[in-house]
Design a protein around this ligand. Structure first.
Ligand code: HEM
Length: 462
């Protein structure tokens, strides 16, 4: 590896890297595990733009020792090589698994989990107690994704899955010497392989039992009530399917979306809430919009989001300022020649989403939380986070961009809006700590613990 270079294991880009900016002079020589990082603040979106012109040459994600094992080698989706299996899964994702119809059909599942958080806040409010919002959100988010996968999941399985997901996130984010120092391979000096085997075995048993439960279910007309596991099992049983899904690919896909979805959703809502509490004028604007569009007699829901430009602006501003996925990581399949340098084959390329969103060339006072920049007349008017305009790419860009974007853009603002609509929130010991985890996820360093005061009586739950 070239002097001054470091390479970092990454999740399917949902965890925060330990990477610090390096100078452009530190480019790697051809090396199978070298990494080339578009991370220097002076490069930011301009460089990302130049590299992404060669997006077709970097359509894969490098497998680390941990992800290879957890992701059932290449059987899943997020780490699958760019080939027929990945293309089949992508189509299945966009048309069925995470397509608009499924997102809508599974809305009641998300609403039920949100209602649980609102009830917990209402109970805390009645007793005058604080509530650990971070804990509630991660629990809600994990439960919601598990129940979207298997609607009838027993409660104890959801708890076990949550526990596994936590461990998976830690393992995927850990720096593993084995990936970068060939001499260390096979020695498991950090104990990561053992831990990976353990958690993989637990998750596998859980997924196996979910699939077996499904297989035993009476064959009923599921046309209107399919969950993600139904879709996957139907695809696996389809004799005409161009790619045969195996049991491992089903399990690996569930693991992919479970680890991809839960942290990102919870972290985004957490930061939105925290920034709004620090900016009461913005909170007030959001309340005014909520009162005008939804009123106080019914709960705000995902379909309302399209009518709430200020809520959307708050979401975009958080995805710019505090993107949950700090890096998008890819691997070069062909050499890329950019700005006089060559990125060799098999080199990891890191897009620093975090730095791109704070690029002063695009964003005035980039460190300020100012949703207005995305409102009419603001510099961000018309900029959407889908990865087309590279000054904002929280979901990545190109063919490996996040397939959960549509779901996140509906569910995340609706969760936040419900918290703001139903409760006033007080910071028990101001000022609110805004430090983020200087580790592997862009989560808050301290949990968000707030005092809820119920605003709407009774709670407008459906
Ligand atoms: C605020 C929420 C989210 C953010 C910010 C986010 C961000 C990202 C980013 C940056 C990538 C890498 C893109 C690239 O390499 O260009 C990614 C990939 C991925 N995300 Fe998300 N994500 C979010 C929510 C979700 C949800 C809700 C799901 C699924 C239910 C999901 C599933 C995935 C999967 C499966 C991939 C891998 C795609 C592939 O390799 O083709 N994400 N996400």
């Amino acid at each position: 590896m070239a002097a001054g270079m470091a390479a970092f294991p990454r999740a399917p880009c949902h965890s925060r890297s330990l990477a610090t900016s390096t100078s452009s002079a530190h480019l790697p020589t051809a090396h199978s595990t070298a990494s080339w990082r578009a991370t220097d603040p002076s490069f930011t979106s301009g460089l990302a733009h130049d590299v992404l012109k060669f997006e077709g040459s970097i359509p894969e994600r490098p497998l680390t020792a941990v992800t290879r094992h957890l992701a059932y080698d290449w059987a899943g989706f997020a780490f699958a090589p760019y080939g027929p299996h990945w293309r089949f899964m992508k189509r299945l994702c966009m048309s069925e698994l995470l397509g608009p119809r499924t997102i809508e059909q599974l809305r009641p599942v998300r609403a039920a989990e949100l209602a649980g958080v609102l009830r917990a806040a209402s109970a805390a409010s009645a007793k005058g107690e604080t509530l650990d919002i971070s804990r509630q959100l991660i629990r809600m988010s994990n439960n919601a994704i598990m129940r979207m996968v298997a609607t009838e999941l027993p409660g104890d399985m959801a708890d076990a899955a949550r526990d596994c997901a936590k461990q998976v996130a830690e393992l995927v984010g850990a720096f593993n010497l084995e990936d970068y120092v060939p001499l260390c391979r096979g020695w498991d000096l950090q104990g990561l392989s053992r831990r990976t085997r353990d958690v993989h075995a637990k998750f596998d048993a859980l997924l196996e039992s979910m699939i077996k439960t499904k297989e035993k279910e009476e064959v009923a007309d599921k046309a209107n009530a399919k969950d993600l596991l139904d879709f996957l099992m139907d695809a696996a049983a389809d004799p005409a399917a161009e790619v045969k899904l195996t049991r491992d690919s089903i399990k690996a896909f569930i693991l992919d979306i479970f680890t991809a979805r839960s942290d990102t959703t919870a972290i985004t809502v957490e930061w939105m809430m925290a920034e709004l509490l620090n900016h009461p004028d913005c909170l007030q604007k959001l309340r005014t919009e909520l009162d005008a569009v939804v009123g106080r007699s019914r709960l705000v829901g995902e379909p309302d989001v399209a009518q709430m430009p200020y809520l959307q602006a708050v979401l975009k501003e958080i995805l710019r300022l505090r993107p949950p996925a700090v890096f998008a990581q890819r691997e070069a399949l062909q050499p890329i020649h950019v700005r006089g340098y060559t990125i060799p084959v098999k080199t990891s390329v890191f897009f620093n989403i975090f730095t791109i969103g704070r690029d002063a060339a695009w964003w005035e006072e980039p460190l300020e939380f100012r949703p207005e920049r995305f409102m009419p007349g603001g510099a961000g008017e018309g900029v959407d986070p889908k990865g087309q305009q590279l000054q904002l790419m929280p979901f990545g860009s190109g063919r490996r961009a996040c397939p959960g974007m549509g779901l996140a853009m509906q569910a995340v603002p609706a969760f936040l809006a419900a918290l703001v609509q139903c409760f006033d929130w007080e910071v028990p010991k101001p000022p609110l700590d805004m430090e983020d985890e200087a580790a592997l996820v862009s989560a808050r360093k301290q949990p968000l613990v707030l005092l809820p005061m119920q605003r709407l009586h009774p709670l407008p739950l459906p």
